[in-house]
Ligand binder design. Structure first.
Ligand SMILES: *Cc1c(COP(=O)(O)O)cnc(C)c1O
Length: 223
């Protein structure tokens, strides 16, 4: 793989204002360094242990995103340095992130994950669940966690119509939440949607942040 070339090509293609999160999960440090030396600084991982190890070993000006669903008891390991946690889908998790944010004397940014795909999964909120969290007194008391937007994954399918429909749904969820809870908060501005197979559609539908792995680093091999 020409990782540097892939990164440069993608950055040219992706329109200004859309953040590219290079998803480096399962990939070795030398691959990440190749992207880094091509000028890229934002990387995403979905396993806490791997992320912590890579963050220790790699340059300190890398902005690390956690793109998975962190277990509450593992938040503490990434709390000192994480830039953005994408997969937050419960008040319990928000409270834990808040607690670890306090300990580290920082405000930790996160996104609420929504379930928009047809596939069954344990993860992701629907609009009513999100409203129950955001409207709660407990949420209003959290000082060291900041919700910056929403995140979602479309169904794994070749059906563009289906994918587009799901991204539109996420955009509409974002708009509802923005209007109801964050009207005067410019920091609530992120819609994290789009992966290697569907980032173009996602950007057309209003994505502000795409999480792209395999078309930069090559297919992942899981052992
Ligand atoms: C792995 C992963 C990606 C990147 O997937 P690619 O298809 O390789 O681009 C994006 N988002 C999440 C949440 C992932 O787990």
């Amino acid at each position: 793989m020409d990782i540097a070339g892939n990164i440069k090509k993608l950055k040219k293609e992706i329109k200004a204002g859309v953040c590219l999160v290079a998803v480096s999960k399962t990939k070795p440090n030398e691959d990440i360094l190749e992207a880094y030396h091509a000028g890229h600084k934002v990387f995403g991982e979905n396993k806490i242990q791997d992320l912590v190890k890579k963050a220790e070993e790699l340059p300190k000006d890398i902005e690390w995103h956690f793109i998975g669903h962190p277990q509450t008891n593992k938040v503490k390991y990434i709390a000192p340095f994480i830039s953005l946690i994408h997969g937050v889908d419960s008040l319990k998790l928000l409270k834990m992130i808040n607690k670890e944010g306090k300990k580290n004397n920082r405000v930790i940014s996160c996104l609420l994950q929504f379930h928009i795909a047809e596939e069954q999964t344990k993860f992701g909120l629907d609009l009513n669940e999100a409203k129950a969290i955001l409207g709660s007194e407990e949420f209003s008391e959290l000082t060291n966690v900041e919700v910056k937007g929403v995140m979602g994954m479309a169904t794994y399918t070749k059906d563009e119509f289906q994918i587009r429909k799901e991204f539109r749904e996420l955009k509409s969820v974002f708009n509802s939440i923005k209007e109801a809870y964050f009207v005067n908060q410019d920091s609530f501005c992120e819609i994290s949607m789009g992966m290697s197979g569907d980032y173009k559609i996602a950007i057309e539908e209003g994505s502000t942040m795409v999480r792209v792995g395999s078309i930069i680093f090559g297919e992942r091999i899981y052992h």
